[in-house]
Design a protein around this ligand. Structure first.
Ligand code: SF4
Ligand code: SF4
Length: 235
């Protein structure tokens, strides 16, 4: 059997959070952590967690598994157990817990909105689409794939200390995605909005964000690009 420790908290029932010790059969080793949760949920329907596509695309089931933020649906149990004898499953750190493994992402999305994550272009819309050269399109690779799972921001110490003021790695990756887009006309305003002590510059370049991103993206690299662009433009 595999020992599983799951964070539990229901404000209507529990005086304080606690870790629940459970077991699943060994046959779950080649399966995903989400399969373990589904199995446990069949035994106890009160266990709360988010999930949707189970393909690593929707970004719903980000959680902390054996100390590292991951998507439960694409995390093989055997891989996680290389780092310990038990599966230890907690909610994303640094986010208020609503219940069990479900966290409140309101502040995460509020920070995301601050970077105006949409194309700004006042030219009349062309008949079909705004064209880009293949080289300009390639600049968006490694940026557009973000699924907003919050794994990076929730693993970022600067976010833990300043969640109201620091945009965090996910939002900043998206800021760079639009700054670098050849079709966008708001680069100067975008840079100006980030030029204060907290929004961008609270990043300490430790790299937790890039370490945990389940899509293999590099938010720390994007943050470095924005810093260099700010210095280069003299904004
Ligand atoms: S590199 Fe910056 S954004 Fe990434 S975890 Fe460290 S402080 Fe946070
Ligand atoms: S950058 Fe990676 S970890 Fe961060 S929200 Fe996007 S997909 Fe998730």
């Amino acid at each position: 059997m595999i020992n599983v420790q799951v964070y539990r908290y229901n404000a209507e029932r529990d005086a304080a959070p606690y870790m629940q010790s459970l077991e699943v059969p060994d046959e779950f080793r080649p399966r995903m952590v989400l399969d373990v949760l589904e199995y446990l949920h069949e035994q106890d329907v009160s266990l709360a967690y988010r999930r949707s596509c189970r393909e690593g695309v929707c970004g719903s089931d980000g959680m902390n598994i054996n100390g590292k933020n991951r998507l439960a649906c694409i995390s093989p149990v055997a891989d996680v157990l290389e780092a310990g004898d038990s599966l230890v499953i907690r909610p994303l750190p640094g986010m208020p817990v609503i219940r069990d493994l479900v966290v409140d992402l309101s502040l995460f999305f509020k920070q995301y909105e601050r970077v105006h994550p949409w194309l700004i272009n006042d030219d009349p819309a062309p008949a079909i689409e705004r064209l880009q050269s293949p080289a300009d399109r390639a600049k968006l690779d490694g940026l557009y794939e973000c699924i907003l799972c919050a794994c990076c921001t929730s693993q970022c110490p600067s976010w833990w200390w300043n969640p109201e003021d620091y945009i965090g790695p996910a939002g900043l990756l998206q800021a760079w995605r639009f700054i670098v887009d050849s079709r966008d006309q708001a680069t100067a305003e975008r840079l100006q909005r980030l030029d204060d002590p907290f929004s961008l510059f609270r990043c300490r370049s430790i790299g937790n964000c890039s370490w945990v991103c389940p899509k293999g993206l590099n938010p720390m690299g994007a943050i470095g690009h924005i810093r260099r662009e700010l210095f280069r433009s003299g904004t």
